[in-house]
Design a protein around this ligand. Structure first.
Ligand code: AMP
Ligand code: MG
Length: 267
């Protein structure tokens, strides 16, 4: 399942040629949900060990167009995971204080500490893609950023952070359905902004910008994955699978207890 999503270093992701409705072999919703529950149980155990060991961290980077389901993934994969030991950061357009620094400043500040799982809902990749699409900086500025990012992620990996990057690949038609639902459902309406339509009108251009940046920044130490995102059950199970894979590679160990504790009777 993971190999089907992973983009090798220098590989073209060919996003547009990938099916957003691919089921990754999960076959049906019931089976996927059962698998998701198993994966979540595994995440819980491994997170506990990661936290106890406090040597490594795991960073999950979620990118995707509007309504690709980034928030939903956070909810379904992390519901039930101990909040102590998780750290979620959502990135919006930078504030004036943030803009007074380099673009990685605000990102670096919210990285997971040793022992934590970090979740980025959008990320420093907005500083390439959004900045490019909205012409927030000249081309030479965003062109050089993928190079910085590869080096920066390399440093983080060397220092003990396992990075998993996910692009949620939603189809234009499914995006239309979800945006319509946001308009129609009073509980969801707050999420909708007129600007989303301007972005939607350039759907293919955004995909092309992601195509470029993913090709330039998928590396051994911080690989990208294109996750089919039209079906929620596929998306959540796939991301949980990627997280378990990353945690298993870290293979955190519980600290050695003090000697002579086993069999001790508490009076
Ligand atoms: P949402 O995810 O719906 O809350 O929207 C957040 C918005 O902030 C999106 O339109 C992003 O493209 C935008 N955004 C996030 N980071 C940046 C950035 N570094 N530069 C410009 N826009 C950004
Ligand atoms: Mg939005």
């Amino acid at each position: 399942m993971i190999q089907r999503m992973r983009i090798g270093p220098g590989e073209k992701p060919r996003i547009a040629a990938r099916d957003p409705r691919d089921d990754l072999g999960l076959r049906d919703k019931a089976r996927a949900h059962a698998r998701l529950e198993e994966l979540k149980a595994r995440i819980e155990v491994l997170q506990q060990r990661l936290y106890a060991e406090a040597r490594h961290s795991v960073l999950l980077v979620l990118q995707g167009l509007d309504a690709s389901g980034k928030d939903g993934v956070v909810r379904s994969v992390f519901a039930g995971v101990n909040p102590q030991g998780c750290r979620v950061a959502s990135f919006k357009a930078p504030t004036s204080t943030e803009l007074a620094h380099d673009y990685l400043w605000r990102v670096h500040a919210v990285l997971p500490a040793r022992g934590e799982i970090g979740i980025f809902n959008r990320s420093h990749y907005e500083d390439v893609v959004a900045v490019r699409m909205l012409e927030l900086a000249p081309e030479r500025v965003w062109r050089r950023r993928p190079g910085h990012i590869v080096a920066w992620e390399r440093m983080l990996a060397d220092e003990g952070t396992s990075i998993v990057k996910v692009f949620l690949n939603v189809s234009k038609d499914e995006q239309r359905r979800r945006l319509q639902e946001r308009v129609d459902d009073p509980e969801k309406r707050w999420k909708f902004r007129r600007d989303d339509l301007a972005v939607r009108a350039r759907f293919d251009e955004y995909l092309a910008a992601y195509e470029d940046v993913i090709e330039q920044t998928s590396s051994e130490h911080a690989p990208w994955h294109v996750v089919p995102a039209d079906r929620n059950w596929v998306k959540a199970t796939a991301v949980a699978g990627l997280l378990v894979d990353a945690l298993e590679r870290v293979d955190p160990k519980l600290p050695e207890p003090e000697s002579g504790i086993e069999g001790l009777r508490i009076e």
